[in-house]
Design a protein. Structure first.
Length: 460
């Protein structure tokens, strides 16, 4: 008999106490942090949904593998174990460990980017965009039109707009597009998956113009699960087979292993090109360390190898996706505007729809994120005009296309009662939403300003 309840496919062997703050404490803490949740100490957070990156609870098997980590400077066996797992999963030829995903991005775009170049993506995430633009290149987003409509409930809203892709390549010239990137799942677009059909079609276009195709593969296993469950022809395919088929269409990948490798640190850059591999190896030695450790301890490589095997388990992925949907569906039932359909790693509140009285230049997403902290000690992250807004040549704010608040759920960390509490807090803020007021920036950095910006409430 099939039961409706999806249980966690694990037991809890260790716990960590949480500190419950008072509303008065949270007002003081938020003020001292300049209304930037990144600047709040973790000890002052009750439920931390800032990110699913590096926040997973590792398994007993991962901890055991860490004890076996080989800390030799060069040629450690932990690297070769890790390399074999990645090659078996992806089929890619050259594997370079790095300390996290943005290190892979920095190495890659330092080598292929530069002024006059354009990197095309379904949607660049913040650090990806920053590393592209830091090289002098243009970061161009070409997600399908459905991906820009938060209310539209259709599958695979993370897909690349292949017609727009072909047009952009022709307009810029293939020689000026050194790379096309597919982010799976599409994080900035609401954690929406990319279909196998879209991967294959994007591959065909890249082949036509002689342009390499790469994955930003942070959540490759979650994307594979969506393909299995929602795309015709894949229902009976095991997850590892789907993963291998996905990667058979690309020439390389960057990955932050802090997501779907279920670890707290690590990542990799993988390529098929022998020539690019030589360039990567030289730059990695200069900046990350010897290529068989890549800025990591041997124990970290061992934990990544184990995590990459655990993440493609069917029971784990079913629990992972269904638990995220549990939160999203409860909010939808309460009439709270969220981005639909519910993605894999996070639920995205539609701040623009929830706070229509706050103009985008007053950062409704950040206002909502701050309100969730004040109400219940929950930390989330704004994915809107604070993160992705820009200034034009006159210094005026150019808003982002979407104003979202992401509730990223750490893997294997929180129970259903924690999520039920999150639902109650959001419902309470929703009831008080008309009392919320906008924010303005007092201080910001030239890149990735949302990490360190200082904001203050606008006084009416």
């Amino acid at each position: 008999m099939a039961f409706k309840t999806i249980i966690e496919p694990f037991r809890i062997k260790m716990v960590e106490p949480l500190r419950i703050t008072t509303p008065e404490e949270r007002y003081r803490i938020l003020d001292q942090a300049h209304h930037n949740l990144f600047l709040i100490k973790a000890d002052d957070i009750l439920i931390d949904l800032l990110t699913d990156s590096g926040t997973s609870a590792m398994s007993a098997a991962q901890w055991a593998r860490m004890m076996e980590g080989d800390e030799s400077y060069a040629g450690c066996h932990s690297f070769f174990d890790f390399e074999k797992v990645v090659k078996d999963l992806t089929g890619l030829k050259h594997i370079f460990p790095v300390h996290q995903g943005r290190a892979a991005e920095r190495i890659l775009f330092s080598l292929i980017g530069g002024k006059g170049k354009t990197i095309i993506n379904n949607t660049h995430f913040d650090t990806t965009r920053a590393n592209v633009e830091f090289s002098g290149a243009e970061a161009l987003d070409l997600v399908v039109a459905q991906g820009l409509d938060p209310e539209l409930d259709v599958p695979f809203k993370g897909n690349m707009d292949t017609d727009a892709l072909e047009q952009a390549i022709r307009e810029r010239g293939p020689e000026n597009v050194p790379l096309v990137l597919l982010t799976i799942t599409n994080n900035s677009g609401g954690g929406q998956p990319v279909s196998m059909a879209n991967i294959r079609e994007t591959r065909k276009i890249c082949n036509r113009f002689g342009i390499p195709l790469f994955f930003d593969a942070c959540r490759f296993a979650e994307n594979a699960y969506f393909i299995q469950q929602g795309e015709a022809g894949f229902k009976d395919w095991p997850i590892p087979k789907i993963v291998r088929e996905m990667f058979s269409n690309v020439d390389g990948a960057t990955m932050s292993a802090k997501k779907d490798a279920l670890v707290n640190i690590g990542g990799f850059l993988a390529v098929n090109s022998d020539e690019l591999s030589d360039q990567i190896r030289n730059l990695e030695i200069l900046t990350e360390g010897y290529p068989t450790y890549g800025g990591l301890a041997g124990r970290d490589l061992a934990a990544m190898a184990q995590g990459l095997q655990e993440v493609v388990d069917q029971s784990y992925l079913e629990y992972r996706i269904r638990s995220t949907q549990y939160l999203g569906n409860a909010l939808i039932k309460s009439g709270i505007p969220v981005l639909k359909p519910i993605g894999g790693h996070a639920v995205y509140l539609n701040a623009k729809a929830m706070l229509p009285h706050i103009p985008v230049h007053q950062f409704p997403g950040q206002v909502l994120a701050c309100a969730l902290y004040l109400e219940g000690g929950i930390r989330s992250v704004e994915i809107g005009s604070l993160m992705f807004g820009k200034k034009d040549h006159r210094g005026a704010e150019v808003p982002a296309k979407l104003e979202l608040v992401r509730l990223a759920i750490p893997r294997r960390v929180y129970t259903q009662s924690h999520i039920d509490y999150v639902i109650e807090v959001i419902q309470s803020v929703f009831q008080k939403r008309h009392d919320l007021r906008g924010l303005q920036i007092c201080q910001e950095a030239p890149y990735l300003r949302h990490f360190t910006a200082h904001l203050k409430p606008i006084q009416e």
